[in-house]
Design a binder for this molecule. Structure first.
Ligand SMILES: Nc1ncnc2c1ncn2[C@@H]1O[C@H](COP(=O)(O)OP(=O)(O)OP(=O)(O)O)[C@@H](O)[C@H]1O
Length: 284
């Protein structure tokens, strides 16, 4: 971590409990999330090279690009898993680069992972309860946390219904179908009430019909929230996103509506031309 990031962490600690609860966001900020001239180097290798991305509140954004372009690295930078080499990341106008993942989560950003992070030997409901408890523990003082324990069940029930797993409430997570497990992961991601949600390839490994249903589920559970998703499936990208960010060799070469991105000659040449041809060939 750079010295700037260290200073930033101190500033966050000084702010203490005044940090916003996840569902609240300073409404004056024009962007929910901003990456400004972000660079990430691993050793001498530059992986993210001056990426800038400004996402408005309530927008659904898909990040696409070739394998190894840096999409997951961008997610890791935004969620605090990796530190920036230089540049800035802002959540609702406030800098978050240099903060630990739990501090960023406390400020209202939550992410899912490609690799499952379910407690497979707990029930669906218990998984959701754990997620709600964890987020409350991040947000509240110990005493407030104890006083509000009764709210945990209510919130877990609410999320259970939102992800349409009510009938599977008491099943162990390990006994769910693959699509149901992915739905539970999304439930866990939104359980704490974060206003900015990052989903990493949410429909990977699903059939076409499962994917279609899942896009609708994602739409519903992220209604009113800001959504960023890393995605390879162009059906999902064009069915879900308000805007698409195209990342090639660590740079955001386009950030625009699906129609504009599809028509962008630079994008066609660098990535989308070959992907759309493959998609059409696979569907033929
Ligand atoms: N911790 C790390 N140390 C060194 N190099 C890394 C690290 N993490 C990622 N990279 C490298 O950064 C580059 C971008 O990887 P990243 O996973 O972000 O790409 P991606 O666009 O998500 O790819 P994919 O679509 O295949 O998942 C790759 O060359 C990868 O090897």
């Amino acid at each position: 971590m750079g010295r700037g990031a260290g200073r930033h962490r101190e500033r966050d600690q000084a702010e203490g409990d005044a940090v916003n609860a996840p569902t609240q966001s300073p409404s004056s900020a024009p962007y929910a999330l901003e990456l400004l001239d972000a660079y990430k180097r691993f050793g001498k290798t530059e992986i993210i090279r001056g990426a800038t991305l400004q996402v408005k509140p309530g927008e659904r954004v898909a990040i696409i690009g070739p394998n190894g372009a840096g999409k997951s690295t961008l997610f890791n930078l935004i969620s605090g898993r990796f530190g920036l080499s230089s540049g800035e990341i802002r959540l609702h106008g406030q800098r978050i680069d240099g903060l630990a993942p739990y501090e960023i989560n406390r400020r209202g950003l939550s992410r899912s992972f490609q690799v499952s992070n379910l407690f497979t030997r707990l029930s669906v409901f218990e998984n959701l309860r754990c997620a709600v408890l964890w987020s409350m523990k991040q947000r509240y003082s110990f005493w407030r946390f104890l006083a509000d324990l009764h709210e945990v069940n209510d919130r877990a029930e609410e999320v259970l219904e939102m992800i349409k797993l009510d009938r599977r409430r008491d099943q162990l997570a390990m006994n769910l179908t693959y699509a149901e497990q992915r739905a539970l992961e999304i439930g866990i991601t939104i359980a704490g009430g974060s206003s900015v949600i990052l989903l990493d390839e949410p429909t990977a490994g699903m059939s076409k019909s499962e994917t279609k249903r899942f896009i609708q589920l994602i739409r519903e559970v992220t209604e009113g929230k800001t959504l960023l998703t890393v995605e390879h499936d162009m059906g999902v990208v064009f069915g879900l996103a308000d805007r698409i960010a195209v990342v090639v060799y660590g740079e955001v070469i386009a950030f625009d509506t699906p129609e504009a991105v599809r028509a962008n000659a630079k994008v066609q040449e660098a990535y989308l031309g070959s992907v759309l041809a493959e998609t059409q060939a696979a569907g033929a």
